[in-house]
Design a protein around this ligand. Structure first.
Ligand SMILES: [Zn+2]
Ligand SMILES: [Zn+2]
Length: 257
């Protein structure tokens, strides 16, 4: 049985701007989302712990907040605009690179593993970053996957994360175990259009957990906002309750709101 996806997607909750490593403005992302018929968008630039070249600073974050306030005043009747951050997992103990103060300022918290982030310690670099650097290792040892999985689950338990960005991308984890924890703690598993790496078999297994999912573009260029056709095609080959994909017809509720 195929799903009917005619209800369409309501929002894109993972997009970047020139404030981090994107090449467009928040306004361009918002206008593109409106033109594609989306009702919600989140601007989620890379967080405060990233290397200088595209670091989000507190000053830039404040400036971005002001930009979004102006955009809300202009386009608020057409689209809901959330202000978020894509934070990084930086420690085996589940630490992420966001202070309590910064966390309190967000509408939505996206969190993922990024090999360019700054690990908490040399030990964390050696234990969890090193393996992700070795992109050639498509099938790392089970012990590495188990360790990564535990680190991600610790983060899920410690922080009010809304969306787990591209689980399994570079940083190999047991996505089914992660999905179980995500279901328990109300964290959305992302189907990321930029880094889409789920097999049909894996997605079926994740559907057996209580986790819900969200489809996001991870757009770094405004034209890619709301570009979900590849994932739509993937989903059309599965049978599931459409409400499991929170932005398929519905609107997700974020913890920070
Ligand atoms: Zn990411
Ligand atoms: Zn991203």
């Amino acid at each position: 049985m195929e799903n009917n996806i005619l209800t369409g997607f309501t929002g894109d909750y993972h997009t970047h701007t020139y404030m981090s490593d994107g090449s467009s403005s928040a306004e361009q992302n918002v206008l593109e989302a409106i033109s594609k018929g989306l009702k919600e968008i989140a601007i989620t630039d890379h967080g405060f712990g990233n290397p200088k070249r595209f670091a989000m600073t507190e000053e830039k974050f404040d400036e971005q907040r002001k930009q979004l306030e102006i955009l809300r005043a202009e386009h608020g009747d057409k689209i809901t605009i959330y202000h978020g951050i894509e934070a990084d997992l930086i420690g085996e103990d589940g630490t992420i690179d966001l202070s309590e103060k910064q966390m309190a300022e967000l509408d939505v918290l996206v969190m993922g593993f990024h090999s360019f982030a700054k690990p908490k310690s040399f030990r964390d670099w050696r234990r969890i970053y090193w393996n992700a650097y070795l992109r050639a290792i498509k099938y790392p040892p089970k012990s590495v996957i188990a360790r990564n999985t535990k680190a991600l689950i610790r983060a899920i338990k410690r922080y009010p994360i809304d969306i787990l960005a591209h689980p399994g991308h570079l940083f190999k984890v047991d996505c089914v175990e992660v999905a179980k924890a995500a279901g328990d703690y109300g964290v959305l598993m992302e189907l990321n259009a930029k880094h889409f790496n789920y097999s049909h078999e894996l997605f079926e297994k994740m559907l057996t957990t209580s986790a819900n999912f969200v489809v996001n573009s991870d757009a770094h260029f405004y034209k890619l906002v709301g570009g979900f056709s590849q994932i739509e095609q993937f989903l059309s080959q599965h049978s599931f309750d459409p409400s499991r994909i929170v932005n398929l017809g519905g609107r997700p509720a974020f913890k920070k709101k």
